[in-house]
Design a protein around this ligand. Sequence first.
Ligand code: GCW
Length: 676
Amino acid sequence: SAEDGSRAWLRYAPVPQASSHRLPPSIIALNSSSNSPVYVAGQELQKGIKGVFGKELSISSTNKGSPAIVVGTIDAYKKTYGSFKEARELEEDGFFLSTTGNTVRIIGQNERGALYGAFEYLSRVSQGKFSSVSYVSNPHAPIRWVNEWDNLDGTIERGYGGASIFFKNGYVVENVTHAAEYARLLASIRINGIIINNVNANPTLLNDRNIAGLARLADAMRPFGVQLGISLNFASPQTFGGLSTFDPLDANVDAWWANITNKIYQSVPDMAGYLIKANSEGQPGPLTYNRTLADGANMFAKAVKPHGGVIMFRAFVYDNKILYANWKNDRANAQVDFFKDLDGKFDDNVVVQIKYGPIDFQVREPPSPLFSTLRKTSTAIELQVSQEYLGQQCHLVYLGPLWKEILEYDLRADGKPSKVKDIYSGERFKRPLGGSAAVVNVGTNTTWLGSHLAMSNLYAYGIMAWDPAVEPDDVLQDWIRLTFGFDRKVMEVITDISMKSWPAYEKHTGNLGVQTLTDILYTHYGPNPASQDNNGWGQWTRADTFSIGMDRTVKNGTGNAGQYAPEIASMFENVDTTPDDLLLWFHHVPYTQKLKSGKTVIQHFYDAHYEGAATVQTFWKAWESLKGKIDTERFEHVLFRLIYQSGHALVWRDAINQFYYNLSSIPDEAKRVGNH
Ligand code: GCW
């Protein structure tokens, strides 16, 4: 039903074995003032237990000496029960969960942690995991945010789940029910911050009516421990404030930002901070006045500092009008070029938010070299749940495995272990702040994202932000149990098609690191390999009659390989040591170049496209075998999409293969491509 969609993984469906499990007779939510996260935790426990166990437990706020499910903060717990020996192990937002003996103890380092612990307990019992446990769980990084690209008019940039839940006709919506429901979902996967508007920000967000609206949204999400933040438009002092300039070093501009910031904090005292996209894709920024990006970031940093806010400053800065004719031009170089000399120049509440790859959410990219370049700057990784280049929620593409590869990638800074996940967490370079952000773009659609199966990506994002060590297939299976129940066949099929989906998508779109090959000029959807080249966007493949790929070597190309630490740089510099799946990212080679597999590049293209598309043909059939095991609404909705996906995979296959056949005139050994 529609309700199943909006409840997502928080369905609390009855669990058959639950009746034989001994459950404490009441819930104690310690020191919970109404609408605090601990209060919400109590309510959530009551609701979840009712669903899973079919039992109605009462909630009180004091210890009556009988066994109970106790939830609260360390401080509240100690006040009521005396000692708590695990207290010292808990970090900010962390929690302790113990189900040993006849009580359940859920103790958070702070209120948010207590709520996370309650969700963890409910996730366990909802999955039929009743064994006794006792453990501490702490976050991998302090910043675990989502970014929404919602416009004030109610549309969403790269949103595939309907209209905005935050804005309509230029203003914040009156009804904040959706916002609260979304915050609840986010809290259950331990997301603690949300930027609610598009990075290409409209300055009228700062008018009085909208600031009052921000307060309303923040109030709706605060009980779930989700802090609201906003994106700003750098030119606002001029375009909205009526000043003659938006130069970050102009005292009036500075004062204008400080003033508006103070005003917002009066309405939203715990605002998380600002997200800034500056001087990218034609957007205004400090470079407009020959100031540095750090000057721009620090201006905002100073404004939010007294209020405890942070500035997420996007590294996605590049010129979208670079000259194709210049062999050495490379958009992939932009981030390091723009940021390397600014290392150490950012205020301590600035976090540079870096897309996982150097270009733009492609199906395969190496990690951005900026991660191993910035040593004295806090960083966050930017991922994308919204499948902009990856089938836009019309295709099932489970992204856990893609993210896992990036997070675990060892960039070998200074020849030492330097996994991406340990860089952005702050651990590797001893930074106080850091974490991750994902562009999510949920909408009013009852499925949130426009597709039931796409929700595995949102779930996985949160779980991996908390703990990148988890395995993507385990996370997926938790999500399947929570979303679809316990049927073995359901588990088998959804696991199988999800785990095959990213590799299949890569195979029938862009192979060997050539990028996704979607249309990049308009829709970012469907095959359009011709759109990559001969324009200023820099998502080039440099495909011609004989050869293909970006020469990013230092010796003969754009020098991008040299932006990595020496061990990685020399691997990418050399065509023989570059892994096949990034060959065309780093090298320009003839179509007849032999891969490690022994195949030529062009034959690999042909074969991979047939393989990938063939795999996708199996998805809908596998899903169809679940008829009767999943409610009709979700069954039909997913089936429709998977059938569409199977057709579209064939379109992809033939469009790409025919394109490269036409260019290269090299026949397919298996005689499938071309005119026969
Ligand atoms: O991927 C590109 C998108 C733009 C987006 C931009 C960005 C919000 O096509 O729609 O703008 O990235 O990340 O800023």
